[in-house]
Design a protein around this ligand. Structure first.
Ligand code: SF4
Length: 458
């Protein structure tokens, strides 16, 4: 067994992380950039960094992820990467013809102290940015935060570097979907359409990282928010920011610059968070809730009621990004299950406070850790096992070692498909989550039950 050396005895650790539950800032920044139509993400650092960022996303989406790199070598590492980035901007616009280059920094360029604002201005001054084309940039040092922070930083950059105010109040709203799958973004757009909410969603990776196979290679698939739409975000009447960690900064930035009121909501994972999202849309976008959405909610509630006996008091360990974990923990509690352990790799004390608040009435001493790691989780499980694991692909080692069923959820999922196409947000997404949870729990029950108790109908 791969993790056979994980000791049961827990010792205090402060500086060391083993199997951290996060990846680096530029991965999130690159993912957010892909949510702009005809945008080429650009990693301002070494080729190795860019290769890593691309490979994580390519493996997760099973689609080729394109990006440029400033290709730092020894010279740039010592004297700064301005010349490399200027050359890269020139080459990329000439050869690959994107509308936008979205540059994110890396540990190395941040340590050197490259000023991307100044480099982008120089590129403009030197005539390296053609008319009607754009270079945006975000600071994403990976020695702080995580891929979620990188996503938030790039999302804020795309809002603030493009948005303009014409003074003409439009009847559309901004929707920042958070660090979710393209399938989730599509589902949020479907809900908005059902509710007749005219909106600009950014970033929007649907039909970019899950584009169809057509037999013809398209460097820039059809999806993504357009530059024109991003410019119009300054005239929106309201901003809905889903997920505090991933979306709040952009909403606050738009409010500070253009006085656009906003609501920061949890990701709509589970019926309670979806209820709050729908209610906020109703109130702040001035729309009514159609029967079709009420029906979806009712179907979800019916399944939860029908299958309650298989969910009740089952203990779950959860690992993932803070926005996902907060909404998922609330959903798990609302299903009558026990979120025994909740871990995120992203820093933030308020994460622990929020989980404690959500689980305050749970009849179990719930353990929660921000900036935690999977080694710690494994030790907790060794001391007091759980019935189910929920989290990214890296949990499969603990699942195998401890013989615990695993529901893959979150980022990255490197060894399964589905996340690109089937959402987990909204009432229908919650239904899919319940189905996945029940599938694993009931398969395990069938596997372990004695022959005389083995039933065709459970
Ligand atoms: S050096 Fe920094 S930016 Fe590059 S891959 Fe590693 S953590 Fe990410």
């Amino acid at each position: 067994m791969l993790l056979r050396h994980t000791p049961k005895e827990i010792k205090e650790r402060t500086a060391l992380r083993v199997n951290p539950a996060k990846t680096c800032q530029p991965v999130g920044a690159m993912y957010a950039s892909l949510g702009i139509n005809k945008c080429l993400p650009h990693s301002h650092g070494s080729q190795g960094c860019c290769a890593y960022h691309r490979s994580v996303l390519t493996r997760h989406y099973k689609d080729p992820i394109m990006a440029g790199t400033s290709s730092f070598t020894e010279g740039a590492s010592v004297f700064g990467g301005q010349a490399n980035l200027l050359q890269a901007i020139d080459n990329i616009f000439t050869i690959y013809e994107p509308d936008v280059i979205a540059v994110h920094s890396t540990c190395l360029s941040e340590t050197i102290g490259d000023d991307m604002n100044q480099i982008a201005a120089k590129a403009k001054e030197d005539g390296k940015i053609p008319e009607g084309k754009f270079v945006i940039h975000a600071s994403t040092p990976s020695y702080v935060g995580s891929h979620v922070t990188g996503f938030a930083n790039m999302t804020k950059s795309m809002a603030l570097q493009f948005a303009q105010k014409t003074g003409i109040k439009e009847d559309h709203v901004n929707v920042i979907p958070g660090y979710v799958e393209p399938s989730d973004m599509k589902e949020i757009k479907r809900l908005l359409k059902e509710m007749k909410v005219k909106n600009i969603m950014f970033p929007d990776t649907s039909h970019v990282v899950n584009a169809p196979m057509t037999g013809k290679y398209k460097m820039y698939p059809d999806g993504g928010v357009t530059v024109d739409e991003l410019m119009e975000t300054g005239d929106s009447s309201f901003t809905f920011a889903l997920g505090q960690w991933a979306s709040e900064d952009a909403a606050k930035g738009l409010d500070a610059k253009f006085s656009i009121p906003f609501d920061v909501l949890d990701l709509p994972i589970g019926y309670k968070a979806t209820d709050r999202f729908i209610e906020s849309l109703r109130k702040n976008a001035g729309v009514t809730v159609p029967d079709s959405i009420t029906v979806e909610r009712g179907q979800l509630m019916d399944v939860i009621a029908d299958m309650q006996q298989y969910l009740y008091q089952k203990k779950v360990a959860l690992v993932g990004d803070p926005d996902q974990m907060i909404a998922l923990t609330e959903f798990i509690v609302s299903l009558g299950m026990i979120p025994a352990y909740v871990i995120t790799g992203t820093p933030g004390k308020k994460f622990e406070e929020k989980i404690k608040q959500i689980t305050k009435d749970v009849p179990y001493e719930v353990k929660v850790k921000a900036e935690g790691d999977m080694f710690m989780l494994h030790q907790w499980i060794k001391n007091d096992p759980v019935d189910l694991l929920m989290g990214n692909t890296y949990l499969k080692y603990i699942a195998r070692d401890e013989d615990i069923p695993l529901v893959r959820f979150g980022f990255p999922i490197l060894d399964r498909i589905g996340h690109s196409y089937f959402p987990t947000v909204g009432y229908m997404g919650a239904l899919r989550l319940v189905e996945k949870i029940l599938e694993r729990l009931m398969d395990r029950y069938d596997r372990d039950i004695s022959e005389e108790k083995f039933e065709l109908v459970m």
